[in-house]
Design a protein around this ligand. Structure first.
Ligand SMILES: Nc1nc2c(c(=O)[nH]1)N[C@H]1C(S)=C(S)[C@@H](COP(=O)(O)OP(=O)(O)OC[C@H]3O[C@@H](n4cnc5c(=O)[nH]c(N)nc54)[C@H](O)[C@@H]3O)O[C@H]1N2
Ligand SMILES: Nc1nc2c(c(=O)[nH]1)N[C@H]1C(S)=C(S)[C@@H](COP(=O)(O)OP(=O)(O)OC[C@H]3O[C@@H](n4cnc5c(=O)[nH]c(N)nc54)[C@H](O)[C@@H]3O)O[C@H]1N2
Ligand SMILES: [Mo]
Length: 771
């Protein structure tokens, strides 16, 4: 694999030829072009499989409802390339460990169960029965059930994840760390505190009716490309789209719809953002605070002049509590501080506020730019506050839209993948199956890794994902994994986590992907998933599996549970895995909103779970929505001594050719980066002020309070439209820089979007020191 590296700004609109060309290149490069095209065309239809790309919803309108990155996700899974026993016999694990994440996944699908042999440093084939027996032996050898960690990545189906949580709870643990702990936790927790409901309140159709859409900290052109259609469509209908993003992101500026051929061949691409503001990293709470401050001033001035105010006082009186306290806090926040923290001027913030004021129906959307900071929960609640003041909830075209990441991450939580499960759920689970589920909260991802570091964990099982590469503080994370007796990865592709093996044993269990046929004792099966809009729908794979020895995630979970403790009086694991309808009947009996589940699965397009807050019912203690009243954080890094100088704040983010830790290619087209990933985006004035030139190589070192050195070396400076003092670089290459103990208040989420760093010129000596 040879790549030509270059930096060349992208001039065209997002979407359009660029993406069609990239999509077809991925499709036809692969050895199964025809099969791939058929796969693509069935994505997101009532028959066929749900796109594993992201959690955006389906409008069921377009004939070609796929996007470039969905196409990549599908072709990546459907490859004929594979790693088999010969591959592992030829490569030592410690040798593979030196390869890049791109190289590892590029080797293709795992086709049979493999067990690590510590003596030879090779993975060797193991039968499914022996693999299950080995897991059973380790689990039976634990002194207590909390020595087990059950990680989940958000691609697992509802059926597999429900069975997985049942397994953990029957065993007696709530240790369910998951990718969500590193992702949208602040959204769920923040909205639950404010509204009693932790999910987005809008439906996809609402985009058609919105007059104002405020997009915070999100890069849909790469990460949710189908969202661009909704934004574009809304803009065409006159909606004003206001973007807050630290970086200039192409997809939020202009977009050519690949499904409208005219736009692709002519320069008719549409504008997306009416206004584009670039706040500092972590500056959004201050932005919203400032908008509310401006709006409150207008509100009070109008009332003083005998006119009607701006706020929806009826809505506030009927449905909320705490408005006075919040508005006092707003009044007490100075413009000077708002400007300093946000990085925007008062005039800019007032301009945004005015657009908000004149929109009858407003949607606020957000993703990782909001949720991966220390004060993320407070920021989410600040956005909710603004919407509550204006009654922007419970009416068409208005509401809150956290845009989820993994395609079924929302469904996983609904199914009980939750280290802090609600009591009502445990009650119903216990009553249905006649057992007493554990009540103590379990571990989230960072808690789990910390427990591993302390030597308190014997067994890690990972239902998908790539924990070693996705988690922060790579060195410590790897040490944590190596501290377990046994690590088990249920995976589709080879990845870094497989190479960071448990002390005594490590297993790779090859799973079927969502695009593949799943045949069990009870015949051909389908699974279900839930999107960001609380739509649950069936998904049925169509591709023929690459190997007979790959198993469905559900079957693997059942096999593990069966080996760990066999059937209970009310649960026959293997029978459940033989017919997913039986699992769905249990889901119907234990999870609210799923009654009659199997029948509802027949509805084309799926069914809506409903959302109490969208109907203005707020399941909080008082039954009313709660205004929060947190002050703006005095500093983004209270952990650091005040005199400590933080020259730059770094965010870690995704390139265009990647899916989390899966690297499809080395280009980031919309940002003009080709053939490389070790780059650091920096403001040109900062580059000059520090005496560098674009293209120079630098080391990046974290400034933290625990005496641990965290650094990466040899990153190429790229001059980019980003406010001074802010930097950006790709994840997972920069995960070694994110301190494990730097987490969000009340969320436990690693602060991947605000890492205090300094940079120095790379010398050959520093490369050696760090490598
Ligand atoms: N193709 C593809 N699709 C994906 C994924 C993928 O890796 N590849 N990952 C999936 C997953 S799990 C998730 S969670 C989502 C992630 O979707 P995003 O949240 O869009 O992902 P990031 O790349 O982390 O981008 C963060 C964006 O927020 C901006 N930003 C960062 N910090 C701040 C801030 O403090 N304030 C503001 N206003 N802006 C900020 C960054 O400049 C960037 O544009 O995408 C999902 N979809
Ligand atoms: N520094 C930094 N760190 C971050 C982030 C960041 O922005 N910055 N983002 C965080 C976020 S938002 C998230 S969601 C996490 C993601 O964390 P994870 O979900 O753990 O990571 P992924 O890279 O999505 O996992 C990819 C692996 O999943 C396996 N896989 C793929 N499809 C399937 C399937 O259908 N079944 C099974 N069983 N396995 C499958 C493949 O083997 C593949 O190697 O990373 C987090 N880490
Ligand atoms: Mo995510």
């Amino acid at each position: 694999m040879k790549f030509k590296s270059k930096i060349k700004p992208y001039k065209a609109a997002a979407g359009g030829w660029g993406s069609l060309e990239a999509t077809t290149r991925f499709v036809f490069d692969s050895k199964q072009a025809l099969k791939n095209m058929v796969n693509l065309m069935r994505m997101n239809k009532s028959k066929g499989f749900d796109c594993p790309g992201c959690a955006w919803g389906d409008d069921n309108k377009s004939t070609f409802s796929f996007c470039e990155n969905g196409a990549k996700a599908v072709t990546w899974e459907a490859t004929r390339r594979h790693v088999d026993r010969e591959f592992f016999a030829a490569h030592r694990v410690s040798r593979l460990y030196l390869e890049s994440d791109y190289f590892l996944e590029y080797q293709g699908r795992v086709t049979e169960p493999m067990r690590y042999n510590v003596a030879t440093d090779h993975y060797e084939p193991i039968s499914w029965d022996d693999a299950f027996a080995l897991i059973g032996k380790h689990i039976k050898g634990m002194e207590n059930p909390n020595q087990l960690e059950l990680y989940t990545s958000g691609r697992a189906s509802n059926e597999a994840s429900w069975l997985y949580q049942l397994f953990g709870r029957v065993l007696g643990t709530n240790n369910f760390p998951d990718c969500s702990n590193m992702c949208h936790e602040a959204s769920g927790f923040g909205m639950r505190q404010s509204l009693g409901v932790g999910k987005g309140t809008i439906r996809l159709e609402d985009f058609d009716q919105a007059d104002g859409i405020f997009v915070f900290g999100q890069n849909p052109g790469t990460n949710h490309p189908r969202m661009l259609h909704s934004l574009r469509h809304a803009a065409e209908h006159g909606a004003r789209i206001v973007t807050f993003n630290t970086l200039r992101e192409r997809g939020l500026e202009r977009f050519a719809d690949p499904q409208k051929p005219l736009e692709v061949v002519t320069p008719m691409a549409g504008e997306i953002s009416h206004r584009y503001y670039q706040p500092n990293l972590g500056g959004d709470m201050a932005v919203v605070r400032g908008m509310v401050k401006a709006l409150a001033e207008t509100h009070h001035a109008r009332i003083a002049a005998g006119q009607s105010g701006l706020f929806d006082t009826q809505f506030i009186a009927d449905h909320t509590e705490g408005v006075e306290r919040y508005l006092q806090e707003v009044a007490a926040t100075s413009w000077a501080f708002i400007e300093r923290q946000s990085g925007l001027s008062e005039a800019q913030i007032r301009e945004a506020a005015e657009i908000y004021q004149h929109a009858e129906r407003v949607i606020c959307t957000w993703a990782m730019g909001i949720t991966q900071h220390k004060h993320s929960l407070a920021t989410v609640r600040e956005i909710v506050n603004m919407q509550l003041l204006f009654g922007q909830l419970g009416k068409p075209g208005a509401g809150l839209c956290p845009v989820r990441g993994h395609s079924n991450v929302q469904g996983n939580r609904t199914m009980g993948i939750d280290e802090q499960p609600p009591a009502a759920f445990l009650n119903s689970l216990g009553a249905h199956f006649g057992f007493e589920p554990p009540r103590a909260h379990g571990h989230n991802t960072v808690d789990a890794l910390s427990a591993m570091l302390r030597g308190e964990v014997k067994v890690l099982i990972a239902l998908g994902g790539n924990l070693a590469a996705a988690a922060p503080d790579s060195r410590r994370t790897e040490e944590a994994l190596r501290n377990c007796d046994l690590t088990v990865h249920i995976s589709t592709k080879l990845n870094r986590s497989h190479l960071v093996t448990g002390k005594k044993d490590a297993l790779i269990l090859p799973a079927l992907g969502r695009t593949e046929q799943d045949v069990q004792a009870g015949g051909k099966q389908f699974i279900t998933v839930e999107d960001s809009f609380s739509m649950v729908h069936a998904s049925e794979g169509i591709g023929k599996p690459l190997s007979d020895s790959q198993r469905s995630e559900t079957a693997i979970v059942a096999g593990i549970a069966n080996a760990a403790f066999g059937n209970t009086p009310t649960i026959n694991w293997l029978e459940l895995a033989g017919d997913y309808n039986k699992i769905r009947d249990h889901i119907a009996a234990t999870i609210p909103g799923f009654s009659d589940f199997n029948r509802k699965c027949e509805q084309p397009g799926g069914f809506y779970l409903g959302n109490a807050a969208a109907e203005l019912r707020f399941p909080t203690a008082s039954g009313k929505a709660q205004f929060s009243h947190a002050p703006l954080p005095a500093t983004l890094f209270p952990q650091l001594a005040t005199q400590q100088d933080v020259p730059f704040v770094l965010q870690t983010l995704r390139s265009h050719d990647q899916y989390n830790t899966t690297i499809y290619g080395l280009d980031d087209r919309y940002r003009g980066v080709y053939g490389q990933r070790e780059v650091l985006f920096m403001n040109p004035e900062d580059i000059a002020a520090a005496g560098y030139q674009a293209g120079d190589l630098v080391d990046i070192e974290t400034i933290w309070n625990d005496g641990v050195q965290r650094a990466v070396s040899g990153f190429k400076l790229v001059s980019y439209a980003i406010p001074r003092g802010n930097l950006a670089a790709y994840y997972p290459e920069t995960n070694p820089l994110v301190p494990m103990n730097s987490i969000g208040d009340g969320t436990g989420t690693p602060t991947s979007k605000s890492v205090p760093v300094k940079i120095t010129r790379t010398t050959s000596r520093s490369t050696q020191r760090i490598a």
